[in-house]
Design a binder for this molecule. Sequence first.
Ligand code: ATP
Length: 916
Amino acid sequence: MDLDRTIQTSEPWAAPASAVLESLGGTEHGLTAAEASARLDSHGRNMLAPPKPAPWWKRVLLQFKDVLIYVLLASALLKAIIGDWVDFAVILAVAVINAVIGLVQEGRAEQALNAIRGMMSTQAHVMRAGVWIEVDAAELVPGDVVRLRAGDRVPADLRLLDAANLQVDESALTGEAEPSTKFTEPVAPTAELGDRSSMMFSGTLVAAGTGRGVVVATGVNTEIGHIQTLVTEVESVETPLAIALARFGRLIAWTIVAMTLVMTAIGFFVHGFGLQEIVSAAIGFAVAAIPEGLPALVTITLALGVQQMARRHAITRRLPAVEALGSVTVICSDKTGTLTKNEMTARAVRTAAHEYEVEGTGYAPEGVITRDGAPAPASANPDLQALAEAVAVCNDARVVGAAGDWRIVGAPTEGALAVLGHKAGVDGGTWQREAEVPFDSETKYMAVLARGDGGEAYVFLKGAPDRVLTRATTQTQPDGSAAPIDVAHWQRQISELGQRGLRVLAAARRRADAGAATLSHADLETGFEFIGVVGIVDPPRPEAIVAIATSHRAGVAVKMITGDHPDTALSIAREMGITSGGDAGAGDAGADAAEPRVLTGAELEAMSDEQLRAVAGTVDVYARTSPEHKIRIVSALQHEGEVVAMTGDGVNDAPALTQADVGVAMGLKGTEATKEAADLVLTDDNFATIERAVEEGRRIYSNIRKSILFLLPTNGGQSLVILIAVLIGATQLPLEPVQVLWINMATSVTLSLALAGAGAEPGLMDQPPRGKDAPLLDARMGVRIGVVSLLVAAATMFSFYFEDGHGENLAQSQTTAVTTLALCQLAYLFSCRFLDRSSLSLEVFRGNRVIYISAAVLIVLQLAFVYLPFMHDWFGSDVIDWHQWGLSALLAIVVFVLAEVNKALTRRIGESGGAR
Ligand code: ATP
């Protein structure tokens, strides 16, 4: 094949579809696998170039863009002015080490997010060698025939071959918010991008309808490839939390500057320190007080958490969602496929006079249909025959495979009906489909116009029984003839099957005019002959039942939102423990408990927003809903102060997902439009994954709090030592500024990272959700930070003055003080492992390997500080003996115990104050 011909379609919108297809060397049956692979080699993968990363020097410089670092650099400058070059070098070293740590962590965060981007590759439906298959959109080549439906993202630039009610949202490309309607007719060669109605462009979204097109351009040759590189899929690392922390950093910076000035004034005027001395002390104070590791710490905690969640099937698309997840109070979940397995099997068939049971499991087309316990072949039962025929013909699913490995291609509901057709021995393939109205969760039905062997034409309708009933005037009798409809009979049947937890679908038919060739909703209004109903089981996912119980324990309500019948929905909701309402004698809320807490879409529509808000909290099951109801449910719950996670899969679910605090899309059956509106994408479509993600959200948030709880007293303690020494007019500082820098450096490369990836504390899901507006640091944490700062400062000063008082030289006393500080921080790290629970238990030593690695590195660094001669030159340290080590260790243990006492006291105050 002449590959050059494939790029000779410069204005495909102006040429007839068939001509474009031919010029691309394609056919209606698609390319062969060999041809596709050859074209892939010559055209390259259908991908846009990823954005160029910022040059390394820019990234390094960005690390210094932080007020806290400015203070540090200003200190270094002062040191240079007074000619204290060693200190100058050490301060600069700290700033550089901090930048390196920041870079490395940012790199890891970036890597984690990139990996997630990779997981979100889109799939495309392509015809290859006459068969529709699903491939990674990156493997599309010019000449491929692709089909699209509402909610899909267009994977390449396409010339349309067919279009049915096709509307495309092209705002990504043209900025035009209104979807444009697409046709197959050629347009003028001069048509602007927005007017090329015979084309679909890569990156745009199908808003409605279905279509088929031939790929004319891929990758960078597409229209979107001309104007931009990769559409950013995962947002940057800015989260409300990071912003709050940046604000917090600025506050700390200004406090430090103010206190430094006050300290300088007091030292200079009250105690008569020399200028050099007081500047040195002031710098020491400033450097000690700066928690320069804080921003990087939050980034890495979030990034590690996001990575961990991805491993557990939940892909985060927007980082702020991680925080919101931890405070979710209500999860609104779809039923089919999320709470249930979406493995449908028809179990019962009801016709006007008969009750049939269907045997067999799964999608295997093997199993007998019985009536009153005896096999009932369709050939001997015209009513069953008519029903099986209707559901087999009005069906887009196929049963494939062989004994032991039966699968279906298509939607599970349809698959179950196709299997039923096989079990009844009906061959839908003998019917020729002329036209169709596809299934839509809004209308809840599907219809086809088909012509049988004998040339007779029928419209077959199948869908939610209530929708089919209103369109029927007659019903099929056991002998296959029609009689006036008995609506009450059908309602009883529907309700009975629904109460068994079965999904009920109805089938109807109507003779069509001999010449009829089209079908629209208007043709489906009335005049149908109701054939019967089918009850389909869809077993609950056992892990979802466990997850619902866990959610309830964690104070998170679960609501089922389904398009299914209220009886079916309620029965499954009960089975899964979502609701206990409606059980005889259940609960203690009197009349309320006897009321099943189910609201239907119709009831919801009749309610005002105020009325809905009043009941939204207590309704557990929303049945027969349409996607647009979801947004009202989310809004009502949010208005009542709930933090809502909402799932969705269809294109119409996108607005509700955007409105929810955490929009959750289904990775497997969800449309691209839904995934793009979502904060979280479930790669396994499983409810249990949402519950786990909530748990992860809580863990990540609690780890960030722990890290702050650890980091701040570290800086508080060091700076207090210098502040107090100056304020009391001590001539010798217990810590030299370079020593403070040393300890900052040593702990920031070791200890402060130990909490970032720590596992969940036991009992995390036994607590109620954190309040929506609860501050990151509450008063109790503030008290703890203050008290521990004082304890660390006291221990450090004690060790210095104790040694000083025993006649040790300055270097030794200071080295002991530095060692005490390092060990106190190590001990305090163990206290921070549990946010509120006591760490005075052996459990504190288990479950976090990173703590031991960082502790070991810290000890090695500290040994170097004490014993290596060049360190003595640099940091003014000296060798200390075992009893000085012993004193430091003892003081660290005392600080640990007192920090625990303080934790217990603040916990008790918190409990009696009712705060959490
Ligand atoms: P969820 O529980 O996740 O909301 P659902 O499957 O219950 O999903 P829909 O898929 O919108 O919701 O289905 C709503 C109703 O439409 C079903 O109860 C069924 O009666 C009917 N239905 C479902 N699939 C089809 C189909 N392929 N053809 C005709 N009717 C269908």
